[in-house]
Design a protein. Sequence first.
Lengths: 613, 178
Amino acid sequence: MPYRTNVLVCAGTGCVSGNSFGVAQTLENEIRKLGLDQEVQVIRTGCQGFCAEGPIVIVQPDGIFYCGVQQKDAVYIAQEHLLKGRPVRKLLYSPPAEKKPIPALKDIPFFAKQRLVVLRNRGAIDPERIDDYIAVDGYAALVKALTEMTPEQILGEIKKSGLRGRGGGGFPTGIKWETCRKAAVSRAVDPVVVCNADEGDPGAFMDRSIIESDPHSVVEGMIIGARAIGAKEGFVYIRHEYPIARERLKKALDQAREYGLLGENIFGTMMNFDIEIVQGAGAFVCGESTALMASLEGKVGEPRAKYIHTVEYGYKNRPTNLNNVETWANVPLIINRGAEWFTSMGSGDVSENPWGGSSGTKVFSLVGKVKNTGLIEVPMGIPLREIVFDIGGGIPEGRSFKAVQTGGPSGGCLPESALDMPVDFDSLTEAGSMMGSGGMIVMDDQTCMVDVARYFIAFLTEESCGKCVPCREGLRSSLDALNRITQGTGKPDDIGLLREIGEVMQDCCLCALGTSAANPVLSTIQYFKDEYEAHINKGVCPAGVCTALIEYQIDPEKCDGCHACVHGCSTNAIIGNVKQVHFIDKEKCIKCGACVEACKRNGILKVPRSHAA
Amino acid sequence: MKQTHGQARLPIEDQDFVDGVIARYQERPGRLLSILEALQEHHPRKFLPIEVLDYVAAKAGIPTAQIYSVATFYALFNLQPQGENTICICRGTACHTRGSRNLLERLKLELGLRAGEEEGGADKISVTTPDGKFTLRTVACFGQCALAPVVEVNHSILGHVNEQALQREIEALEGRRK
Ligand SMILES: Cc1cc2nc3c(=O)[nH]c(=O)nc-3n(C[C@H](O)[C@H](O)[C@H](O)COP(=O)(O)O)c2cc1C
Ligand code: FES
Ligand code: FES
């Protein structure tokens, strides 16, 4: 590369919302003004994963990491760092509660324990330039797969790697591909490959980030898959909330077509294959395979019973192979570096059969009440504790850890005692949760677990398609019970009722949305039953979250009558003259907590309802 | 009931537009979704009037019932006119644990929309103020969870939002109108 220095500016959605495009523009202007434009270039990269600290700028080759960069700061970076070689101290990252900044990316704890495989190119290349991808060995696996390998050999390699689906189910990818190929051959119908980029799990953004930072890796994986399965047609089903990801994918497809990597006679071989983007329309259940196929056909996304497999009869009744974004992105690496390299990472043993363990890495979105929120990639089998405390930096504001929720809305909540468990498909399932697509939401002691269960059940009640009775009615009744409990009118046998409904749903629902929908309730009852009992028997919400069970009081010792809370209150519930102790009219108070923030003297207390009676 | 009834109500220039959209997506996967999306995007108030649905049904040969079921199934489609400004609050898990419910409650109050009395029902909402100035809706997740809580105001994403910041946004939007 002719440039002495590369300035990598994050252009992922998170940083863009913090005006990173403005930062990049200013940097370019300054570089030109300083006459450095022959030596220094600005590269707009995909998401770096540390979105909470954005906008992020990295100066290579030294790997100096800047965070929270504003447009005016860009001028400094250019003048001080790029011209004079002096890193700008005030823009360096300091871990929370520490003063000493850490200049280099590789030393920052958030990055140090990660193992980047799928995300290897994140923030290192411009995702909108195919040449950048090719420069880092991109499409080399495709060349190999097309010119040196037969479809059977590709299938064999993927099977040997033990790769399991990253979208939720953990189904072995090689077996899925093989089944699809066989169905297509025996029925003599053209198969289809589909990439699931619906990413409906709230609290998760792995797939968005992969597409935004390295779209060609997904495209390359899909072409290799199409070769192995014998497909001529491919789709990416992407949710409409991801405009930047969609645009980048579209550009990637256009470039791939231009380079002859998609279309007819790819690389001069007999292979024809193209990919089309289809946009979702905001329905969680459409991430489910059969619902997704229905949606692809322009119908309502209602799942159907699973005894007819989509690998045999999927989109328009053709054999259809559906894989998640991250699954596809793993494929080129396995072909390039071999199954053995892949199985050297992970836990369990996949040499006999892929169900025996979890090979490779997994991308997680680590969010919630944790210091370092962001997107991480770790080897399978890493202890949960390392993720939450080493990479995540633990719980902010001096609070303590209560639970971590994995597996999306129908996953489960794991307590402190599970922290030393290895994170892989089977351990998580055994503990009553699941891997899901990779959302990891950390909760602190100010989180009410009954409220969390209620939250997920409310979400699933909305998103249930309503086709099968156990799901539709089971969720509704569970929500009723949880509402009672969080409002302080729970009945002693509500816990038993919730369990019973949950078990029926596990057995009887049509699709995995329903069969797993009770997980958040069952796992919170399993690990946090005392919180349920406190709500039901004592009318107390131990975490102080459920508004019906708490109230606000003004501490007469602390109130100096400054009136700040009166202005903060939108329902005029606070009464009192200036310089006199105020009090709260409970009839009017809606318990929004705005007064707590308004009070500068910490004079407003949240207390259990019973105490004040 | 007759579809010609719907057809008669749609102005000619709109009919031309719809015809063009239908032709564009003919034979494409998921065409009905794409058609409805294009039509909604084209409408100045970002919704699908019933006469448009009737017209599409007649023109594309898709039963009205199927179109209606699709339009009501997917959260993207609106059957009611949307406000001049759209504020969309994320109710995803990450945002929930970082206090997005308070933001929602606060905003409902601010805009004079029903205060939390339907608490307990599902949390998903899409409501427009009677003066048509604001639409308040919720979304399951923007995929910006590291910035939680996240609010989208007229299609730009705001991260780490608190009540004060939200209030300033609303005031700015109200100011702009005057
Ligand atoms: C309710 C529901 C929602 C789902 N949402 C997604 C999703 O958003 N993305 C995804 O990749 N898989 C999702 N899945 C899993 C898919 O059904 C399917 O298993 C997966 O896409 C297969 O790809 P994989 O084998 O590569 O994981 C969902 C499943 C269910 C039951
Ligand atoms: S968007 Fe910049 S770090 Fe994620
Ligand atoms: S949970 Fe709010 S953006 Fe994901």
